[in-house]
Design a protein around this ligand. Structure first.
Ligand SMILES: C[S@@+](CC[C@H](N)C(=O)[O-])C[C@H]1O[C@@H](n2cnc3c(N)ncnc32)[C@H](O)[C@@H]1O
Length: 220
């Protein structure tokens, strides 16, 4: 089972590992499901939301690669997913774990430090769940739980502004959505000043953006 299969990249990897398995992918984006069906016509893909996914299984493997960070209530979601596993089956999850990184912390600080403070209240997100939390949650239901964290360093060309451009498509969006053009410029100036103190720009203008990711493999 591939939860949040996107255009089928992760499903294709599953298929290569287990060519004779019965594989299903779900995603809540119609475009993604259409792309996945085109890419892997032999696999079953369904338009569905992970939160509302009620199939009982049992499954040998439930994979969720970079999708569960969008789904709320991990305290009920993760045990419910493990309950769908066959004995010896595995839940394999990978999620970004970057909310404590300076680039995110500085975003929250910029939000709290300006005339836009009230407008931006409640936008900031902090890391809710940590490795220990997942381990403690899953261990009572599982024979083994492996959790590890890897930091990828993404090389971005273009100095500090490249970091801002990178986040404009993701983490900065909810902040900028609440500001008018003038406030947005001032907010980004404040954010940029913070980044300048925290990030190293290499001689050729490259910045290595640290991107930690959390991996969990829980075996029932
Ligand atoms: C970053 S992509 C990962 C795609 C694929 N798993 C991969 O490894 O290439 C995340 C996918 O999760 C899907 N997604 C996010 N929230 C979802 C939800 N609540 N239910 C189902 N799919 C969801 C998105 O539509 C997107 O296709």
């Amino acid at each position: 089972m591939d939860l949040g299969c996107g255009p089928g990249n992760s499903t294709e990897t599953l298929l290569a590992c287990a060519p004779h398995a019965k594989i299903t992918g779900i995603d809540n984006s119609g475009d993604m499901i259409a792309a996945a069906r085109k890419r892997l016509p032999e696999v079953q893909f369904e338009l569905a939301d992970i939160s509302a996914w009620r199939a009982e299984g049992p499954y040998d493997l439930i994979l969720a690669n970079v999708s569960l960070q969008w789904v709320p209530d991990h305290e009920t979601l993760f045990p419910a997913l493990v309950a769908k596993l066959a004995e010896g089956g595995q839940l394999a999850v990978q999620m970004p774990d970057n909310l404590d990184e300076p680039a995110h912390r500085l975003m929250r600080e910029a939000a709290a430090d300006g005339p836009w403070r009230d407008k931006l209240k409640g936008v900031e997100r902090t890391a809710r769940y940590r490795a220990e939390w997942y381990y403690s949650l899953l261990k009572p239901q599982c024979a083994s739980v492996d959790v590890w964290r890897t930091t990828y360093h993404h090389p971005l060309e273009g100095g500090i502004d490249a970091i801002i451009e990178w986040f404009k498509g993701s983490a900065l969006r909810p902040f900028l959505a609440r500001l008018d053009a003038q406030e947005a410029t001032a907010f980004l100036d404040r954010y940029r000043a913070g980044l300048k103190t925290a990030c190293t720009v290499l001689e050729d203008g490259t910045v290595l953006l640290p991107f930690p990711r959390l991996f969990i493999v829980a075996t029932r």
